[in-house]
Design a binder for this molecule. Sequence first.
Ligand SMILES: C[S@@+](CC[C@H](N)C(=O)[O-])C[C@H]1O[C@@H](n2cnc3c(N)ncnc32)[C@H](O)[C@@H]1O
Length: 219
Amino acid sequence: MRRRGVKNLDKRLEESSNLIVKDPISLKGKWNTLFNNNNPIYLEIGMGKGDFIIEQAKRNPNINYIGLEKFPSVLIVAYDKLKDLGLTNLYLVVADATNLLDMFEENEVSKIYLNFSDPWPKKRHIKRRLTSNTFLPKYEVILNNSSTMEFKTDNQELFEYSIISFNEYKMKFIDISLDLHNRLDDKGNLLDIISTEYEKKFVSKGNKIYFIEVGFNHE
Ligand SMILES: C[S@@+](CC[C@H](N)C(=O)[O-])C[C@H]1O[C@@H](n2cnc3c(N)ncnc32)[C@H](O)[C@@H]1O
């Protein structure tokens, strides 16, 4: 969802505060020095305009968050929402998930979120899906033993593809919902869900939201 014609984008990125990490590769294995603590690091890949990760960071001050987005024109929208909030547990990175291993050391991340990832419907583009085995080995390296990955989408085809992909990669299935927004907790109440921009749009149209949490079977 690249945004075209964003005015002065390069200048705005250059002049942005250090909330946009300018050299993520130099932080490989040292992200805790940026956050100045040893709290767990949760990473959202394909963060988009940031609503989900900003709300997560507000609610969970003892967790460090990194929002990764490949298009600077999109990330700048998240930055504009974030810059005056005073949060010290969230940083943004312009990068493609293909390069995760340049930015993160083995076991450096404690949770990965994939929210409404691009479906790449054409067969020849399947390898670009963030739940394909192009990416799973990279996630496996950077995630620590006890950590998990959460994936949400309204796209049934992508969801089914992803379950098969996780199964073929011999991942652990921890939780699943075929209608997350109508799921009830133990007391019969609807869940308190932190929604993304896409999620809000799809829920308002009446689409079902699929959810799955998986982990890796580290050898
Ligand atoms: C459909 S949008 C969803 C945005 C947001 N997660 C939401 O739910 O509102 C998918 C986002 O993932 C980003 N993206 C796709 N592939 C990526 C990759 N390989 N690395 C980083 N970001 C990626 C896109 O640029 C886009 O902003």
